[in-house]
Design a protein around this ligand. Sequence first.
Ligand code: CTP
Ligand code: MG
Length: 235
Amino acid sequence: MTVAAVLVAAGSGSRLGHELPKAFVPLGGVPLVVHAARSLLASGAVSSLVVVVPADRIADARAALADLPCPVAVVAGGAARQASVAAGLAALPDEADVVLVHDAARPFPPADLVDRVIEAVRAGHPAVVPALPVTDTIKRVGPGDGTGEPVLQTVPRGALRAVQTPQGFARDVLVAAHAAAAGSAHDESTAASDDAGLVEAQGVPVWVVPGDERAAKVTTPSDLSLAALRAPDAS
Ligand code: CTP
Ligand code: MG
């Protein structure tokens, strides 16, 4: 089986609020998207990368990713993550039959996490997500009055999982799920927030393997401070 990865890096990073798009914000002098690409390749199981970036960043990204030890295609993303993943899928090499989809916003997924996802796809699961148990108490709330919201229910959390990336798929399953949902791909309010959700909607079973705290997502400035502690050159 040949594994390719789609690395989505075309978001603006509005919640991070940096002057650069989030994937291009440096940690230790290296942009998050380059950290993420190196992390995906560290296990040796990924043969090629498709990196999806804002249209005006293609040349920058090609230069930043030039030293990676595998073929790298850089393509323009869309208005929502789902559209960016779809653009990446369209640029996959013919020989790839397993596809990882990973967020550049998760710069440091450990190699053993990447391997765990790939192994589960190889073992026959058509869609695999890494996930962690939820540690906070979760409550469902109703409409608020501007000062607060009423609790409707405390949700039992034993069976809840917080899902990470990279997510792994049999290529044909993921391509079919994106094709079926293409109509809702371009608007954040209708697009899916993860790829496994699209596959689930096709009735395909999705398998969960253990996630890893080190694959945490950078969303806010405090997440970026935390990620800086995980950068390889951090002491
Ligand atoms: N992404 C993308 N194309 C988009 C939106 C998001 O490729 N149109 C990517 C981001 O670059 C990121 C991943 O999807 O690597 C997860 O998205 P998120 O964390 O929401 O990043 P942003 O959309 O950039 O951030 P924000 O929502 O705060 O603007
Ligand atoms: Mg976003």
